[in-house]
Write a protein that binds this ligand. Structure first.
Ligand code: ARG
Length: 589
């Protein structure tokens, strides 16, 4: 990558310098890649950690070096001249510490303000990805697990999109399967006149599901009819198809309400979509000799698992795995996706492990897990209630997600009213802010933990304006905006005419953290860990307040222009973080 392409990514720009140094000192080891990382100790801003590994590679090969420290020295001395670096030193067993030039740092931040933060986008090696997320099941409960999948999947999609990857946002809804026979038959019974079927008539589709299940379990004749209905549906009989479509449509409306609240874009390609492709895929796998018969079913045996992957059930029907294998085939071959990401609870890990391995056996995916095309399962833990058990709302066993989101919004609205905002703001401002804060709080509470850990759903905690919450961060951003507003200066003008200086330690520390934005997004995105970005955002806000703002007077100081620009850069980076986390920023508090 050229320097222009690496703009924003300090780590990569330094890696390029160290790479040329390594080529110079050990020309016979062209495979050694530069290992550059941000410093945790205070010896510098970044460090190069190649010396020790390189030493163990070259010692005994008649090298002129006498140990890791001398390798470190040589790496340092062979660095090409660059205006990025202020100074270097070698510490301990050969770590090369780099202090960045504050002039260069200031210029880079200023350039971002002028050219836009899009220039700091991470660079990934792929052009197109599928993110398979949310994916609730028709007529069944859309539960907090689906909420987690929706929130995490949306963030991952946003990070990839920011990185200039085309993302196919796929809602793999469960809209196919034997339960539809029972539902359709029950629909015919309840509404003999199909025109009467409407959302209001069925009301709550989950209740409808339960009632039909009861009927199915208790009435043999009904069960028989339901089983025939499946066959007729799959045979494509129009009356059955129509009933199926009606049921799906009612569910879809309910799902869409949640997506609308959350501002999430998704394209539905449900299980039914892949149905026509299943026989061909199964046949191809079978021709490759991958499929065996076991207890009447067709299965793929997979190394490391004591149960096989069933791809055709003993009654000849297809299942979750047949659909997923086929969807993967479709995504690889028809949609030409290079990275396919699945977001579900960790409970489904085994299913994904197994069909990923089957795809590898079939030669659809490279044996090397890090090579593309690549598949990743993004698992997440449970949402717990305050009692430490699986989250449920008060009396019903079902958590209606829209109710949950409404409550977050209403609570944040109540707080705003308490603080006198009803008099100060228009009704629309009040409403929009309550939504931004309420929905943002739900999302952030979910995203800030490592996704694999369970977390407790607690309105009081997530809506607290202190601590690591969306409320605190949104307010911090609004406060920065108000500093700029109250200065009375035209910030767009300052971007063009003013200059940033990072002389004060607080200014420098803030500047360094701003410059690390790009590499952090890249890490969060490539490792599929949104919490990494949350941590960055929280630290940014802390550094701004505690290191910069409390030590460096902004308005009325000789450094006013530079410091206003640093405020603007901080607000810009915070807004991009909010955007990537699916949170709507607020400008007034
Ligand atoms: N519908 C499934 C569920 O609710 C999730 C589907 C996830 N995506 C997939 N390709 N299997 O658990």
């Amino acid at each position: 990558a050229t320097e222009e392409e690496n703009v924003g990514n300090v780590k990569r720009q330094l890696a390029k310098l160290f790479e040329s140094s390594l080529r110079a000192i050990v020309p016979d080891e062209p495979d050694v890649e530069p290992l550059v990382a941000a410093c945790t100790a205070k010896f510098g801003d970044y460090q190069c950690n190649n010396a020790m590994g390189l030493w163990s590679k070259i010692k005994g090969k008649g090298t002129e070096f006498r140990g890791p420290p001398s390798v470190g020295q040589a790496i340092m001395k062979s660095l090409p001249p660059s205006d990025i670096i202020e100074s270097c030193s070698v510490a301990g067993p050969g770590f090369v510490n780099v202090v960045l030039s504050k002039t260069w740092m200031a210029k880079s931040i200023q350039k971002m303000l002028l050219d836009g933060i899009e220039k700091w986008a991470p660079q990934l090696a792929i052009k197109r990805a599928v993110v398979d997320f949310s994916s609730p099941n028709i007529a069944k409960e859309m539960h907090v697990g689906h909420l987690r999948s929706t929130i995490i999947g949306d963030t991952l999609a946003r990070m990839l999109e920011y990185s200039n990857v085309e993302v196919l946002r796929r809602n793999h809804v469960g809209d196919w399967g034997t339960q539809f026979g029972m539902l359709i038959e029950f629909l015919f019974e309840s509404f003999p006149n199909s025109e009467d079927v409407s959302e209001t008539a069925i009301g709550d589709l989950q209740g409808f599901y339960k009632a039909s299940k009861q009927r199915f379990d208790s009435d043999a004749a009904f069960k028989e009819r339901a089983q025939q209905a499946v066959v007729r549906l799959q045979g494509g009989e129009s009356k059955y198809r129509k009933a199926w479509a009606q049921i799906c449509e009612i569910s879809r409306k309910e799902f869409d309400r949640v997506y609308q609240c959350l501002g999430v874009q998704l394209e539905e390609k449900g299980e039914s979509f892949y149905n026509p492709y299943i026989p061909g895929v199964i046949k191809a796998l079978s021709d490759q000799g991958l499929i065996e018969e076991s207890e009447g079913a067709h299965v793929i045996f997979i190394e490391g698992f004591n149960i096989p992957l069933i791809v055709v059930k003993s009654d000849g029907g297809y299942n979750y795995a047949s659909t997923d294998l086929t969807a993967l085939w479709y995504r690889l071959n028809e949609e030409k996706a290079e990275w396919i990401i699945y977001v579900t609870d960790v409970g489904q890990q085994q299913h994904f492990d197994m069909f990923f391995k089957a795809a590898k056996r079939a030669g659809w995916l490279p044996a090397d897990d890090s090579a593309y095309p690549k598949v990743s399962h993004v698992g997440f833990g449970l949402v717990l209630g305050e009692d430490g058990k699986r989250f449920r709302t008060r009396n019903t066993e079902v958590v209606r997600l829209v109710d949950l989101l409404d409550e977050a919004k209403n609570r944040s609205k109540a707080t705003l009213v308490e603080r006198g905002k009803a008099e100060e703001w228009t009704e629309e401002e009040l409403e929009k802010t309550a939504e931004a804060v309420g929905y943002g709080a739900v999302k952030y509470a979910d995203l800030k933990n490592n996704r694999l850990t369970n977390y407790t759903f607690d309105f009081d905690q997530m809506l607290n304006d202190k601590g690591n919450t969306a409320v605190y961060l949104l307010y911090a951003h609004a406060r920065i905006c108000s500093i700029i507003r109250k200065s009375g200066k035209d910030i767009e003008e300052l971007k063009k005419t003013g200059e940033i200086v990072l002389d004060h330690a607080g200014e420098r520390e803030l500047g360094l953290h701003l410059l690390q934005f790009s590499e952090v997004v890249e890490e969060a995105c490539t490792n599929l860990l949104p919490n990494v970005l949350c941590e960055y955002l929280y630290n940014l806000s802390e550094i701004f307040t505690k290191k910069f703002y409390s030590n460096c007077q902004v308005v009325g100081s000789p450094e006013e222009t530079s410091r206003l620009l640093l405020c603007e850069a901080t607000a810009t980076v915070m807004r991009k973080c909010f955007y990537l986390l699916g949170i709507v920023p607020v400008y007034k508090i």
